[in-house]
Design a protein around this ligand. Sequence first.
Ligand code: FES
Ligand code: FES
Length: 156
Amino acid sequence: MSFTIKVNGNTHSVDVESDTPLLWVLRDALGMTGTKFGCGMALCGACTVHIDGVATRSCITPIDGIGTSEITTIEAIGATPVGARVQQVWLDREVVQCGYCQSGQIMSASALLASNPHPTDSNIDDAMSGNICRCGTYVRIREAIKQAAQSSGKGG
Ligand code: FES
Ligand code: FES
């Protein structure tokens, strides 16, 4: 079947089965490999994208449910003020180890800060608990999110 989806501000037509997960549409049909496959069962967060600004597990989101929603991926999150800030603090804090989980981490952190610019520790833990990091970067992730929150309003 043919579907038209909006990704990072661009409209794409793809010809896939109606139950194809968005993750595979992004990676295989559109060649956008920044969004990662980890578990395929909504358990790890590696595949997190934004759908209308909400952090969403693309591995369990079928293409036929997306409609006219706006999809944002790691490839374009840096074009948003919050995403740019998150990416900068990720660099400042040297959060990344192997990197595999980090696009999902950044997408979840950006969605959190966009909806809640000054999250509490508990808000951070709730928002990030579904993003697994086998390298154990959790402490740096939490500190980076706090730094991004503190710098909000300083240049967007
Ligand atoms: S690959 Fe989607 S949550 Fe793990
Ligand atoms: S940085 Fe390696 S899995 Fe998170």
